[in-house]
Design a protein around this ligand. Sequence first.
Ligand code: AMP
Ligand code: MG
Length: 474
Amino acid sequence: MKNWQFAHQYENLPDIFYSRVALHPVAAPKLLLWNESLAEELQLSQEAVTLDILAGNTMPEGASQIAQSYAGHQFGHFTLLGDGRAMLIGEHAVGGQVFDVQLKGSGRTPYSRGGDGRAAVGPMIREYIISEAMHALGIPTTRSLAVVATGEKIQRNTLLDGAILTRVASSHLRVGTFEFAARFAEKEDVKAIADFAIAKHYPSCKEAENPYLALLERVIDRQAELIAQWQLVGFIHGVMNTDNMTISGQTIDYGPCAFMDVFDPATVFSSIDTQGRYAYGNQPQIGGWNLTRFAETLLEVIDEKVETAIEQAQALIGTYNERFYTYWLAGMRKKLGLQTVQAEDGKLVETILRLMEKYNADYTNTWRALSANVTENPLSDITEFKEWQQRWHERLEAEGTSLQMAMAQMQQVNPAVIPRNYYVEEALTAAEQGDLSKVKQLLNVLSHPFSLADENAHYASPPDQGPYRTFCGT
Ligand code: AMP
Ligand code: MG
């Protein structure tokens, strides 16, 4: 039997970073989803990860059973938070790596504030679907190992079926973890959490002249790359609060997130994002804002002299925009099948994006159509597009890349299928009524996003459903 191997690293941190929590057993757990391929990667068998463990009814021997403390800026406002409805089972060590395995929706903790510590079936399956889709797209993300129904009702606007998601992450360190340390703990604690992050995620920083500056630099770079990847596939996180930004550079917290259909930088799906703070087009800039909050937490460990620390941190924060743009443009070049770097590439990309916006073209399908002659191009009849296409073909020719070669590469980066809101909702509605077949079928299609069998072609062109709204699902 492939079994748990607990590392117990996080527990070596000062006590303020976590609380031991009680189990809150649930009435009638039932397994809804089990991620066999992830279980294999983790070398965990279903016998080791019993239904009762996934439900938080019992814990494996040596489990940590803790909730982590953190704070964060939510929509720009600082708040004390923490795992209010999550519990770390433990840090599972396998193949030289260590993974946090966490139950989300496992009941109240000291950080629950007014909440019930629970989660509903719909949002937990939603997180499972979208996080696994992101993984298949090659975007760093937390993963989903399982969803169980609790057999209990939870009160939201209506009574809903409760569920628990098992989330797997390289860690749950957030910008908000550092904000918590900087605001509520001592300098030694900030050092402790920074040293922990370095040892866990960026060990080479330890050798740097100033390890904490090096950590800041690494996190800025990873986040610049991550957010560029989101932009390239049209992913809208929806709630980029600093507590939902990881130090590892994995995407975390799939609440109101969704993929953009028609290209429009102002796209917002989240019902609570009334100001559009986290709109598609704002994500890069918000990334910079969040990283500035991160930099602030490190000042006291960067240098004894605050002016020196500020100067050094600011210099690094100042590199974020350029790093983001460089990752983004490199990704766009790949989306266009370009092999070399030319000065006018940014313009070429901007033009096609503006055309998509002007003519309400579907973002994913336009890219896919450019990558494969088989897909219908939403812009194909438009003269401005034809002119652009001419320029693009000339650009390819000038560098000696055949259209065929370009397309072969483009098909590896421009997905044929993304989690379309229509199909996600359709699958969730069926799941809430006890039918998981649509969820499983969707998961199957999304696990190979760069190819789409003919019989699944409809997943690429959903029926129009009008304005789409997402909810946090808390
Ligand atoms: P989220 O919107 O999921 O990022 O959560 C923000 C904060 O609210 C975190 O501290 C969560 O732990 C907490 N939270 C969300 N839902 C609940 C709930 N049902 N019960 C207790 N705390 C919750
Ligand atoms: Mg969160």
